[in-house]
Design a protein around this ligand. Sequence first.
Ligand code: ADP
Ligand code: MG
Length: 453
Amino acid sequence: MGQLELKLTRANFATWLHNTFISQFGGGEVVVGVPHSLAKEWLEKRCFKDIVLALEEITSAPVRSLSCRVEAKPSNLAPIMISVPGGMVNTGGNDGYGFTTTESMEQAPPSGNITLNNNYSFQTFVVGKQNELAHAASQAVSSHPGGTYNPLFIYGGVGLGKTHLLHAIANEIKRRNQNHRIMYVTCEHFTNDFIHSIRIGKGKEFKDRYRNVDLLLIDDVQFITGKEGTQEEFFHTFNTLHQANRQIVMTADRMPKEIGDLEDRLVSRIGWGMVADIQTPNFENRVAILQAKAKQMNFDAPPEVLEYIANTITNNIRELEGSLTKLATTATVEKRPVTVGLVKEVMKDLARPSGRHLTTKQIIRVVADHFAIDLIDLMGQKRVREIVYPRQIVMYLLRYLLKHSHPQIGDELGGKDHTTIMHGVKKIERLLKSDHQVERDVANIKRLLEVGG
Ligand code: ADP
Ligand code: MG
């Protein structure tokens, strides 16, 4: 787990590796237990090579077969000991190697800062009409933190480069001045950190941590919706930093005034600085991004192949990137020439022509993204409001958009009783009539799913 944590992004690690465990090990055969089929699919698609490499490196023995199986992590899981040259390694039974799980994160004080991704720099950011303002403002902030563009607020849809720019600002400021105290957090992290600090009576430490920085970057602030206490705290943090001319940068998936129940006083303060949007790239820019990525990967693809991808995926750069990577891997592993035929084949299940078929997975993903919560939590059993409400929205959407039956939805959500589903769907139906916030949430999610608000 330690090795994989270094290789994957923190979010991917937390989302997909969390609650996996080695279920069977011996004779070169390894079975990884995973909490649900989404994780199985992701691991198989994206992570098998890394798992095999890590295992082989640690055990110095070849892995002949690796598979994933959906099974609950037994609560009394005994750590499996693997003999390795010079000692034993614990595979992470419950008392074993303590990789971070959501449960343990609630006890341990959150670190309060997320590692910067060095690949997210200005050098690797492709500028086009759709993002030139956000890009220019980000660069201005990097050269004059705390200057005219304070705060800087960047908004735009999923996968369009907001997080990339945030990291680029931090990386650039760090490069220019090693002594700058930089704090990069997701809004979710800020919230958890805040709640945790209150619970353990360390409110002052929390304040010190966030108010004594030169640069505060908060990603996905739309997640602050419905969290009054956190908003209050954020407001004070904001004021303290702003008065001291410290730079604040925020991102969100929508404009400040569209963030449900974001207090007016916060909205107006955001207006003091710079609000920049990122739109979806046009065809030419999508091709330019693909060219840049292909070059970075040292991958030769003829123009018509890149154009095919750019024509197929139109509104999410992360997916553009994903398709290219998938193509490169297939071409390399299967030693096949990079042609339009191959890319068509590779993208068959990724293709999303307009009027495409919406899937359960897309709905779950978009809802998790919208509320900035873990897929694992969404599909899990947690009963806190922050999770239950999004989960009920998923139930509602599966029922109404995909017309799935209650028992079917129960299965899709990790084995829930159909009465739970019925209750959830009814609840959202009712709230839609009385609660504007719910109406806005559902409309926004539908917009993200492109099924009309
Ligand atoms: P968001 O935070 O808006 O959801 P991200 O910043 O995570 O999106 O971007 C998704 C992926 O697309 C990242 O891998 C990022 O590096 C890449 N990306 C986004 N915009 C650009 C761009 N203009 N040039 C190069 N890569 C980009
Ligand atoms: Mg992001």
